[in-house]
Design a binder for this molecule. Structure first.
Ligand code: HEC
Length: 106
């Protein structure tokens, strides 16, 4: 009984890692919010639109960042931003942004 509980917990925590650590994502995402200006989803100055990330689908964020990193999706700014991220960084960032709108009113 005890042993299987331990294994279960170990599995759970490793899944949490792979799914992304929201707190760590918040730290890494600090620079991102300069452009993806939470909570207004606009760069305040100069005022230009950037895609809203808060509440975005987690899997979508992961695939968008990996596409920028690999160069499949072209955008010089975002390729530079995503270029140095590890898979775990991307998972953490995606978990953080995906978590932002939970429970918020539309
Ligand atoms: C210098 C400004 C700037 C910074 C800093 C920045 N971004 Fe972006 N980001 C943009 C712009 C502009 C776009 C739209 C690019 C395009 O059209 O493909 C974008 C697009 C994206 C997208 C795709 C969104 C969509 O709806 O398809 C994601 C995901 C993203 N950024 C995540 C990040 C993350 C994570 C960081 C921090 C590591 C970051 N960005 C930092 C300006 C920025």
């Amino acid at each position: 009984m005890k042993k299987s509980l331990m294994i279960g917990l170990a599995l759970l925590s490793s899944q949490a890692m792979a799914a992304g650590d929201i707190e760590n994502g918040q730290k890494i995402a600090y620079t991102c919010t300069g452009c993806h200006g939470i909570p207004f989803y606009k760069n305040p100055y100069p005022n230009y639109h950037v895609p809203r990330l808060g509440g975005q689908n987690e899997a979508y964020l992961v695939s968008a960042l990996k596409a920028y990193r690999s160069g499949d999706r072209k955008h010089s700014t975002m390729q530079a931003q995503a270029g140095s991220l590890t898979d775990q960084d991307i998972a953490d960032i995606a978990a953080y942004f995906a978590s932002l709108n939970q429970g918020a009113k539309k």
